[in-house]
Design a protein around this ligand. Structure first.
Ligand code: NAD
Length: 475
């Protein structure tokens, strides 16, 4: 029986490991310490990687169908403990119940669906003289490094394909949100052989030790573009494979014929889901000048009538707090920058410094300049610029004028125009008249400095494999 409220141990070689040195974890809704977790030493990481390498020998040789069954069984296990995971996720991350439900049941669904994906051998030639095939072999030990916004889902996006491919995994959660990951990996030991899936926690150097570790073959990383650059540099030393899922500055383009009755709500959720702590949140909205005022006012109305910011554990909360003090301070800078430049707020704008948790009001910035920080950077918090456009070619250029290329949306009634604009946007996912639709079978990744490689789909699965060509001369 797993105790979700206490005993947060690392799992190394199938066994619980505690350390004398620990670090605290806080509930962001009230800033109280809710747990302490181990601080992994370099020796402990080395032992973890050695156990993952030992486990790889047998795990990689299991028939694919057995690995698929075990990954699907992890999905079942998660589902049968969903209530406990949802409560823990809200406590450590801050998201309200519906968000926790989406993440925990989504993680379970991902495990079960990725478990249906297979790696087919490609037969390129097969005749009396020769046979030539390309097959896909697992890379080895994977270091999975994840952020604090979707701590379990983004771990599962790495664990599920890695295990199906035949790799073993060492997971490192964010120090801000390690609890669900620690408990998930503890639970997974009921299904997996020792060393196949481990979890280590720590601050500062642990990520660096992983990216430079000679016996880790691949780093699957989700986090900021800045950290992604460190990961790429450090991994280059041992020519590790890397998948990088990084930051974004997703534009939304709103056309003059959009349905004004529904667009306010849709744009609100595209930007503020998960309290805007979402790589794929809409981070700039370009509204046609003819309908700018109506769309802005519709968003303000929706916020005033429907949105309650509060403790995710309270019923009726729409958006929770900022997850941690570091991010809270960063988001505050954007408020200060807007104020010092006299940008207008259409909603919000005032942070209550005496609130019990790291709370920030939902804030709309009314038509700031294109080169302002709030437009050019990724705030990763609930403050969103609304901008005007009039010329189609110009708005496409402005939307693409960024180092990022993660997602983009276009909203309008004329589907031909919507598609014409969508196809010119430089982003890994372009949603047309919808947003935040993900699937285990849909490739997800960033263009430009939003990432390298992809997750999900067969393309994502193949990122855990070497390709190997075998030729046989028969006669
Ligand atoms: P972060 O880059 O600070 O940290 C991510 C992870 O990397 C954490 O586990 C952290 O401990 C670890 N880390 C820190 N320094 C490291 C180093 N030198 N080497 C190795 N690992 C290191 O990101 P964050 O603040 O946790 O998350 C927010 C960022 O993540 C945002 O920029 C957001 O856009 C991005 N993100 C991207 C995606 C995506 O799929 N593209 C999804 C979610 C979040």
């Amino acid at each position: 029986m797993i105790n979700f409220d206490t005993d947060y141990s690392m799992t190394i070689d199938g066994k619980p490991v505690f350390t004398d040195k620990t670090h605290p974890v806080y509930n962001p809704a009230n800033k109280t310490e809710i747990a302490t977790v181990p601080d992994c030493s370099e020796e402990q990481l080395n032992a973890t990687v050695s156990s993952a390498r030992r486990a790889f020998r047998a795990w990689s040789k299991l028939p694919l169908s057995e690995r698929q069954q075990k990954v699907a069984a992890l999905g079942e296990l998660l589902e049968s403990n969903a209530e406990a995971f949802m409560a823990l996720l809200t406590r450590e991350q801050g998201k309200p119940r519906y968000g926790a439900e989406w993440e925990i049941y989504g993680s379970a669904a991902w495990l079960k669906e990725i478990a249906t994906q297979t790696l087919e051998v490609e037969v390129l030639e097969d005749n009396a003289q020769r046979k030539v095939i390309t097959r896909f072999t697992p890379l080895g030990v994977v270091g999975a490094i994840v952020p604090w916004n979707f701590p379990l889902l983004l771990a599962v996006w790495k664990i599920a394909p890695a295990l199906v491919a035949g790799c073993t995994v060492v997971l490192k959660p964010s120090p801000y949100t390690p609890l669900c990951d620690l408990k998930f990996v503890e639970l997974a030991q009921q299904v997996l052989p020792p060393g196949v899936l481990s979890c280590v926690t720590g601050v500062d150097d642990l990520g660096k030790w992983m990216t430079s570790h000679p016996d880790i073959n691949k780093i699957a990383f989700t986090g900021s573009t800045e950290t992604g650059r460190h990961v790429a540099r450090s991994s280059a030393e041992t020519i590790k494979r890397v998948t990088l899922e990084l930051g974004g500055n997703d534009p939304a383009i709103v056309l003059p014929d959009v349905n004004l009755d529904t667009i306010g709500e849709k744009l609100f959720w595209s930007a503020f889901q998960n309290n805007a702590q979402f790589c794929n949140a809409t981070k700039r909205i370009y509204i046609h000048e003819d309908i700018y005022d109506e769309v802005r006012d519709a968003m303000v109305r929706f916020i005033n009538e429907n949105v309650k910011v509060g403790d995710g554990a309270d019923q009726g909360t729409t958006l929770g707090p900022i997850q941690n003090s570091m991010q809270y301070e960063k988001v505050k800078e954007y408020f200060a920058d807007c104020k010092s430049n006299d940008y207008k707020f259409a909603s919000g704008g005032e942070i209550d410094g005496d609130a019990p948790g790291w709370f920030v009001p939902v804030t709309l910035v009314d038509n700031p300049p294109e080169n302002s920080r709030i437009v050019a950077e990724e705030p990763f918090g609930p403050i969103l610029p609304l901008l005007k456009w009039s010329d189609e070619a110009d708005v496409i250029e402005r939307a693409n004028d960024t180092i990022y290329g993660l997602g983009a949306t276009v909203w309008g009634e004329d589907l031909e125009v919507v598609q014409r604009i969508g196809e010119q946007l430089e982003a890994g996912t372009v949603w047309l008249n919808e947003v935040h639709q993900y699937s285990p079978h849909q490739a997800f990744g960033g263009h430009k400095q939003s990432g390298l490689g992809c997750e999900n789909s067969i393309h994502g699965l193949l990122e855990y494999c070497n390709w190997q060509t075998i030729t046989l001369f028969k006669a």
